[in-house]
Design a protein around this ligand. Sequence first.
Ligand code: URA
Length: 195
Amino acid sequence: IPGHTHQAPREVALEEIEAVLGDCHLCQLYQSRHNIVFGVGNPRARVMFIGEAPGRNEDLQGEPFVGAAGKLLDDMLAMIGLRRQEIYITNSVKCRPPKNRDPLNTEKDACAGFLRRQLMQPKILVCLGRISAAEIIRPDFKITQEHGQFFEKNGMWMTALYHPAALLRDPGKKPETFQDLKRLQAKIREVCTRT
Ligand code: URA
């Protein structure tokens, strides 16, 4: 994420940012949303997972990854001994795009400031899917070729996994993702004294 370094501890509490997000009208998505889906877990976690945008269930409940993809994400986390409470999970875009279309660049740009301020003390960013990896790691990120690789940038380690929704559509990708999760687990052990 351009301009982000996590050297100086953030002074603004995440709750305050959430309050600023309040009734956000920075892009058109406010017109159709039910809830802004900010994030869940420990804001000071060393490991952050970043998805694309809320879907229908997330929009209705105000929490990221609560639908079928979220259930699979919980299973993926459990495979490497992680629970939601000890990591932080959010999305590139905080409001649901109508009919789950891809978020527009204007929507991602409008939301980027919030994501930047959510990165309190992460050492490892895990992008879920191509859209998030393109925003966070590199615009031309190739998820099929580069999933599971680690990139060091702005004092953080970054990687991308197949999006759990993609794994539900194509379970043939699950074995590769299992390997990626094992690499993630090893990286967490290497660089985090706590999650
Ligand atoms: N897909 C995402 O990318 N994020 C969610 O919160 C739910 C589904």
